[in-house]
Design a protein around this ligand. Sequence first.
Ligand code: NI
Ligand code: MN
Length: 226
Amino acid sequence: MKITYFGHSCFEVIVNGVYILFDPFIQPNELAKDIKLSAIKADFIIVSHGHADHTADLITLAKQTGATVIANFEIIEWVKKYGIKAVHPMNTGGQFDFSFGTIKSVFAAHSSSLPDGSYGGNPNGYIIRAANKTLYYAGDTALTNEMKLIGEFEDVNLAILPIGDNFTMGIADATIASEFIQCNQIVGMHYDTFPPIKIDHQKAIDTFKEKGLTLQLLTIGQTIAI
Ligand code: NI
Ligand code: MN
């Protein structure tokens, strides 16, 4: 499983030859100005919730790539209004076996509305099980007790967690989340993009280290493999 960071909460995951894109927000993100939208490939686009910092480039990229959009029912209904036909609605707690692996939609504690103000349904995180690896992408979320269920029933190799505070959990809560999900390999997201979520990188890495956890803060465009 190869994971590339496109800034904010946007990641590309390549597994079993399939390109999966999470929460496309590239063009409005000054920090991601070196990422070329026209060069992005996707077979699937997974959306955690409706907020613009997760959906700004969704319609453009769905049209450009022909990818199947995976999101909750309400977001899929919104996407269909733009003529996107390749869709796969899911909802919290549901999982589905795709060609490349299994995706499970899990609980996230946040809010969700679409850029046009329409109701976005419940926000979600997603678990991908493929190629003998398990990836947990938390979406925008607070620290929640439900994360203990992931620790109990999943064998997470890598977790992508929000750490920017203010809109989501911050660094301290994210270390507790890591313990709840029983995963010591963490990639941070949802930080630095806006003034209220700017973080001290070294302090964040050290805070995780003190608890025996590894936090990676990827540079935009960087790829890692698990
Ligand atoms: Ni949000
Ligand atoms: Mn957000």
